[in-house]
Design a protein around this ligand. Structure first.
Ligand code: UDP
Length: 388
């Protein structure tokens, strides 16, 4: 699908006529449209970098205390933050309501640039609302592909990338994915991922991490940190039971900050007894979570962002999923395993020599850049302006 480019001609021969006309009408303000915990975390460095040139429109897709208020409390104070309260269940209803609500809010701005991050329903709503108003659209974290059409997020990513006037690809692989889909090279900038800056700003000092662990009776390298929330793992009772059983059999204490979706599934499927061997916590504020992740022997997770963070924290991550859109970390920092007995087998490999792996991973650079992604993204946005 191509909205802003002509179809049929090879990419190098096409002219982005509509993209250009959009650029001409841009006046400088950037509206960030988002609606979930990971978007707030990864957009925080951009909010800082843009300062009072940015406004935040939050749809409300994640609205509870543990996933929203706790994360928002750590955000840089933005000039303008609007909550839209779109808390409907169901993707289609959520998408429809969010597009309408975002559209109304965008009307309050004099021709802003609209920026969305990642692959959520809120990001797609922001992209479609921008498209309907013919506003320039920037996609941060563009070009990720799992090639797994059963993942709703994969469809969101593809749609947003094809709508965007500027695709900010975290890695070279992401850029190649975009080019392979005929997205014109002039619409792509390789920027790194803002998660690096978010993490470096949020990670507590070694002393604060040690305090946090001792309060919970944990010791560095002597526990496993797990998170689970993807529908493929937690909406199916047999699969969820299998993962929890595997976690319960690991030879070290397992800390599990329980996502509200997972908590609901555990109750609904009558699996509460499988939590007994685990140290179950509320979802953590970002700095506390980073502290737990930095000191863990190994991470077990189905999260997207935690795969990236593992490469910055130099911790191994066992990715419990069918597919990943972040293959850059595979081999060095992570392994993809299906839910089931391979979790224990894979953990045994990493737990065999925790100190040795820590030392080895310390020297491997993160594929997500050096912590300058938000500066590069702002530069690329400024480059969208036509020469005066
Ligand atoms: N996270 C957090 N507290 C927690 C668990 C995770 O702050 O208790 C952070 C984590 O460090 C990462 C983000 O939340 O930055 C990942 O969110 P999630 O796994 O919900 O979404 P995904 O990355 O899979 O889209």
């Amino acid at each position: 699908m191509s909205i802003v480019t002509g179809s049929g001609a090879p990419p190098e021969e096409r002219t982005d006529v509509l993209t250009w006309s959009r650029r001409r009408t841009m006046t400088g303000g950037v509206v960030l449209v988002c609606g979930t915990r990971p978007e707030l975390i990864k957009l925080a460095p951009l909010m800082k970098c843009l300062g009072d040139r940015c406004a935040v429109v939050y749809t409300g897709q994640h609205y509870d205390e543990s996933l929203y208020s706790r994360i928002r409390a750590d955000l840089p104070s933005s000039q303008w933050f609007r909550e839209l309260g779109v808390t409907t269940d169901g993707r289609a209803a959520q998408l429809g309501q969010a597009i309408g609500a975002v559209d109304k809010t965008l009307a309050e701005f004099p021709r802003p640039v609209v920026l969305v991050q990642g692959d959520t329903t809120s990001a797609l709503a922001g992209a479609l609302a921008a498209n309907a108003r013919e506003l320039p659209l920037v996609h941060v974290e563009a070009g990720l592909r799992s090639h797994d059409r059963a993942m709703p997020e994969e469809h969101n990513r593809v749609l947003i990338d094809h709508l965007a006037d500027l695709c900010c690809a975290p890695t070279e692989l992401n850029r190649r994915n975009l080019v392979a889909e005929n997205i014109a090279a002039e619409r792509i900038a390789v920027t790194g991922n803002t998660v690096v800056e978010a993490l470096l700003a949020g990670l507590p000092s070694a002393a604060a991490r040690a305090d946090l662990l001792s309060v919970r009776g944990l010791r560095r390298d002597e526990y496993v940190l797990a998170t689970l929330h993807r529908p493929e793992n937690v909406d199916d009772p047999a699969r969820l039971a299998e993962i929890l059983r595997e976690l319960g059999k690991l030879p070290l204490p397992v800390v599990l900050p329980l996502h509200p979706r997972t908590s609901k599934s555990v109750r609904r499927f009558g699996l509460t007894r499988l939590l007994v061997p685990l140290l179950v916590l509320e979802p953590q504020a970002y700095p506390s979570f980073l502290a737990l992740a930095a000191e863990a022997a190994v991470l077990v997770s189905d999260s997207g962002g935690i795969q990236e963070e593992a490469s910055v924290l130099k911790r191994p991550v066992i990715v419990v999923r069918r597919s990943t859109e972040r293959p850059e970390i595979s081999g060095d920092f992570g392994t993809l395993v299906p839910p089931g007995p391979r979790i224990g087998a894979e953990a045994a490999l990493w737990l065999d020599d925790v100190a040795g792996h820590r030392e080895r991973l310390r020297h491997i650079p993160s594929p997500y850049g050096d912590g300058s992604a938000s500066r590069r993204i702002v530069d690329a946005i400024e480059g969208m302006n036509p020469p005066r």
